[in-house]
Design a protein around this ligand. Sequence first.
Ligand SMILES: [Zn+2]
Length: 163
Amino acid sequence: MGQRCCSFCQRLFQPSRFHPEQTVCSDQRCQQQRRTHSRRQKLALDPEYRQVCRDSARKWRAHQAGYWKQYRPAKPGSVERNRTQQRRRDLRRRLANLANNHSALDLKASVAGVWWLGPAAADLANNNLASAQVLILQGSSGKPRLPQASCKQQPSGFLVPLA
Ligand SMILES: [Zn+2]
């Protein structure tokens, strides 16, 4: 049987005779990546597996009630990293919601002229007509309608005012 190229590290490897369909080499890092990739695929495609994983995590948390209270003070770097990542996820979710705002899709492109006026304008070398686009986002109640932070106990505190 001929050699193959590993789909993760791109190195040549000899497939196992017990697994002739093998596409990933036996390197520990590649095997770890293969398992991670496989698990993510299964989570994305199999709702039953997703539910089983959720239930399992829920059971574990119920039996280890004080785990996170001990973990957070012991690993402040990890806590800060998690907060930073959660802020990114929250922001990405807000931007996705904003992108899905259908009223924004009704907007038409517009060109606005900007003129410099007043005595200082005479001193500008290139006092030309400039084009600009203006996008105004206004909430109905005056307050921005943004989704809540994903974690109420550890809020990311990253609300972006739109108005
Ligand atoms: Zn590999």
